[in-house]
Ligand binder design. Structure first.
Ligand code: AMP
Length: 206
């Protein structure tokens, strides 16, 4: 069970990847979460990537690819995984093919979550995260229960969100065609309630 969740920032990739990974019993491999963990720990890698995360720009491909290759060799990833936020460039997608060949594994599908630009800005700008569990909420659509300590990601401010959207269009959007040409792309409508999107995601993997 090896899937990629593809889509613009704020399409609900993280939320759906979390649910899909849990349903399939495989780890959710989010490069964004891995990078943020390094930044929080102030590791050497964290110090190196912090400025890219702050600005909403992309971390260099070599750093991401090394991180992914290492992660794929850990025990829990042997039964499968759901990639969330990776690959994000054509170079990463092509290199991932080499990594898969090397590790003798095959992707089962790429799920593209489709959402319009306006909806993305609206969604991302209200997004917040439970400091303890990492659970994602939205101040308007999915408010956190009372008493939960939440924080807002530094890169979820409107100006940075618009920049991340442009970065996505330039670098990541071409992956839709790349995977379509490989015959493994599944397009899922990302609008509506979280539960309805989840249902469509689960239907697409069955
Ligand atoms: P995300 O949590 O997926 O929205 O990622 C947050 C930030 O981490 C992005 O804006 C990038 O700076 C960086 N990042 C995450 N994944 C990648 C990737 N695959 N390639 C390059 N940069 C990434």
């Amino acid at each position: 069970m090896r899937f990629i969740l593809l889509g613009p920032p704020g399409a609900g990739k993280g939320t759906q990847a979390q649910i899909l990974a849990k349903t399939l019993g495989v780890p959710q491999l989010s490069t964004g979460d891995m990078l943020r963990a390094h930044v929080a720990l102030k590791s050497e890698l964290g110090l190196q990537v912090n400025r890219y995360l702050q600005s909403g720009g992309l971390v260099p491909d070599e750093i991401i690819l090394q991180m992914i290759e290492n992660r794929l060799q850990e025990a829990d990833a042997q039964i499968g995984f759901v990639f969330d936020g990776f690959p994000r460039t054509l170079i990463q997608a092509k290199e991932l093919e080499f990594i898969c060949q090397k590790l003798n594994i095959k992707l089962d599908g790429v799920i593209f979550i489709k959402v319009s630009d306006d909806e993305i800005v609206e969604r991302v700008c209200g997004r917040c995260v439970d400091v303890t569990t990492g659970q994602i909420y939205h101040v308007k659509y999915n408010p956190p229960p009372p008493g939960v300590e939440i924080k807002i990601r530094d890169d979820d401010q409107e100006e940075i969100v618009r920049h991340r959207l442009n970065v996505y269009k330039e670098n990541t959007a071409p992956l839709v065609q790349f995977y379509e040409s490989k015959g493994i792309l599944k397009i899922v409508d990302g609008t509506g309630l979280i539960g309805s999107v989840t249902q469509r995601v689960l239907e697409s993997v069955n």
